[in-house]
Design a protein around this ligand. Structure first.
Ligand code: SAM
Length: 454
C-alpha cells in the first residue's frame, strides 16, 4: 500500500509517529475484533485475547463468515474495529455511575458506538442515535433492534435541528465523517479518495457539525469528539477551534502506558485527545477527545406533557411479551404499538418538538382481529419473556429461518412461536398446522447462497 506523501508530511511530527513502522503496518492485515453483548453474548469467544481498553471485546484469529453465524443475527456480538472501542474507557469516566443520563450519538450509522453506549447505560438513561443520511439510518435501526435495548431510540435529523434541544443532553458523541485515513487497511480503495483538499473539507464540516450540536449539550456535559483520520487538521486543529470558540475544558482520562495510545493536546494545551496508530496498537487509526462544556446552555421549554391513557390491549401485549418492570405504550403508529420505559414518556414530547423520532422504544406489534401480531423487536429484546412459546433451532434450522424459509422446527402447534438459537431470539413464525409463515423482516434476510459457502 502506498501512503500519500502529503499525509506522511502532515503527521511526521506527531507524538508516537514512526514513518518506517507506520508504513510497514499498512502491509499487515487488520486484526479482527468483536464486542460481545453484555447480556446476550456472555460466554462467547472464551479464551480469546481481550481488547485492553474494552472488557467486552476480543480479537479473533481469523475472520469467519459472520453472516453464517445465527448468534451474529441474534445480536450476541458486534463486529467492530478495536481502537474505536476505547470509547468504553472514556465513557466509564464520563458516566461515573450516574443514572438517568440523556445521551446523543450524533453520527451513529451503522451503530458501532451506539451499541457500545447502550450496553453501558442504566435503564433510566436514554440514548438517542441519530443518522442524518436516511439511507444509512435503516442499517442503524437494524443494529439497534438487534442489540435489543428499550432505551435506545433512533432519529434521522440534521445536527442543526438537534442543536435546538438546548441543554438537553448530558453526553454527546460526535463520531464525525472524516477523510478516513485510519481505515485504509480495512478499505484500501479509500486511499484513492484521499486528498489534502478533502481533509480541509472534512475539517470545515466537522467544525460546522460541532457548532450546530453544541447548544444541545448542558453545562457540565461532555462532548466526545472522534474521527478515524490521522490528520491533525481534523483532530488537534479542531480542538484548537473548539478551545477558541467555546468555554470548555478537558475531561481527564487515565490511560495505562502499556496500551500504547498517544495522548496529544491542542496548541494551548487546554484540551486533550488520544491517538491510535496501527504500528503501536492492535487496531486501526483513531482519534478521540472528551471535552467538558463550562458555559451555560439555554434550556428547552418543556411542553406540557399530554395526559396519557395507554391502550389496554397493547399494555396486556407488552406485559405478555416483555419483562420490563415499568413500561407504558405509545399511541400506535401505522397500527403498531411501541413499549417505552414510563420514565421516558415525557422525553417523547420534548424531542418531537424539534426532531422526528424514527424509532421509539421497542415495538410490540399490532392487533389483527382477535390475534396479536408480535413485532420482530420483541424477539431481539433483552426483555423478551422467557415463557413466550418458542422453538429451539439447530444451526441449520436457524440459517433456514434467517433466509426467510421454513425452518422446519419440530412439534409446533398452531400459533406464534419465537425462533431461538442457543437461547437467542431471532424472530417469529406463525404456525398454521401444516406450514409456517416466516415473519423475519424481508430486508434483513440472509441473501447469501448458504450451501455454496459452507
Ligand atoms: N458512529 C458510527 C459507528 O460507530 O458505527 C460511524 C459513524 S461514521 C464515522 C460518520 C457518520 O456521519 C456516517 O454515518 C455519515 O453518514 C454521517 N454524516 C455524514 N455527513 C454528516 C453530517 N453533515 N452531519 C452529521 N452526520 C453526518
Amino acid at each position: 500500500m502506498t501512503i500519500p506523501s502529503q499525509l506522511l508530511t502532515d503527521i511526521h511530527s506527531l507524538p508516537g509517529f514512526d514513518e518506517h513502522l507506520f508504513v510497514a503496518a499498512h502491509d499487515v492485515p487488520p486484526p479482527v475484533s468483536v464486542r460481545r453483548h453484555p447480556l446476550k453474548g456472555a460466554g462467547l469467544f472464551a479464551n480469546h485475547t481481550t481488547v485492553k481498553w474494552c472488557s467486552d471485546a476480543v480479537y479473533l484469529k481469523e475472520r469467519p463468515v459472520f453472516t453464517l453465524d445465527p448468534a451474529f443475527h441474534g445480536g450476541a456480538y458486534y463486529v467492530q474495529e478495536a481502537s474505536s472501542m476505547f470509547l468504553q474507557h472514556i465513557l466509564h469516566t464520563a458516566i461515573n455511575d450516574r443514572r438517568g443520563l440523556r445521551v446523543l450519538d450524533l453520527c451513529a450509522a451503522p451503530g458501532g458506538k451506539s451499541t457500545l453506549i447502550a450496553s453501558l447505560l442504566d435503564e433510566e438513561s436514554l440514548l438517542i442515535s441519530n443518522e442524518v443520511i436516511r439511507s444509512r439510518a435503516s442499517i442503524l435501526e437494524e443494529n439497534v433492534c438487534k442489540w435489543g435495548y428499550i432505551n435506545n431510540w433512533v432519529c434521522s435529523n440534521d445536527p442543526r435541528d438537534i442543536g435546538r434541544l438546548h441543554g438537553y443532553f448530558d453526553i454527546i458523541v460526535v463520531d464525525a465523517p472524516c477523510s478516513g485515513s485510519g481505515l485504509w487497511r480495512k478499505d484500501p480503495n479509500a486511499l484513492n479518495e484521499w486528498s489534502e483538499a478533502n481533509v480541509a473539507l472534512c475539517a470545515a464540516r466537522q467544525q460546522r457539525i460541532l457548532a450546530d450540536v453544541w447548544p444541545a449539550l448542558k453545562k457540565g456535559g461532555i462532548l466526545i469528539y472522534a474521527t478515524c483520520s490521522y490528520s491533525p487538521q481534523e483532530n488537534e486543529e479542531v480542538l484548537d477551534w473548539a478551545a477558541a470558540t467555546w468555554s470548555c475544558e478537558q475531561m481527564p482520562v487515565t490511560v495505562p502506558q502499556d496500551w500504547n495510545i498517544d495522548t496529544v493536546y491542542n496548541g494551548t494545551r487546554q484540551l486533550q485527545g488520544f491517538r491510535f496508530f496501527p504500528h503501536k496498537v492492535a487496531g486501526e487509526g483513531f482519534f478521540i477527545a472528551p471535552i467538558v462544556k463550562t458555559e451555560e446552555s439555554g434550556t428547552i421549554k418543556n411542553k406540557q406533557v399530554s395526559r396519557h391513557t395507554p391502550d389496554k390491549n397493547a399494555m396486556a401485549a407488552a406485559a405478555r411479551y416483555l419483562s420490563h418492570h415499568d413500561m407504558t405504550v405509545t399511541a400506535p403508529r401505522d397500527n403498531v404499538f411501541q413499549a417505552v420505559a414510563a420514565c421516558h414518556w415525557a422525553d417523547i414530547s420534548i424531542l418531537e418538538k424539534h426532531i422526528y423520532l424514527r424509532r421509539i422504544g421497542t415495538s410490540i406489534g399490532e392487533p389483527a382481529g382477535k390475534d396479536w401480531i408480535p413485532a420482530h423487536d420483541i424477539a431481539l429484546s433483552i426483555y423478551a419473556n422467557e415463557d413466550i412459546p418458542a422453538a429451539a433451532l439447530s444451526r441449520e434450522q436457524a440459517l433456514r429461518f434467517l433466509k426467510r424459509e421454513d425452518p422446519q422446527a419440530e412439534g409446533l402447534q398452531k400459533g406464534w412461536y419465537l425462533m431461538r438459537y442457543n437461547g437467542l431470539g431471532l424472530g417469529w413464525v406463525k404456525s398454521l398446522g401444516n406450514r409456517v409463515n416466516n415473519y423475519l423482516p424481508k430486508q434483513w434476510r440472509i441473501r447469501m447462497d448458504i450451501d455454496d459457502s459452507q
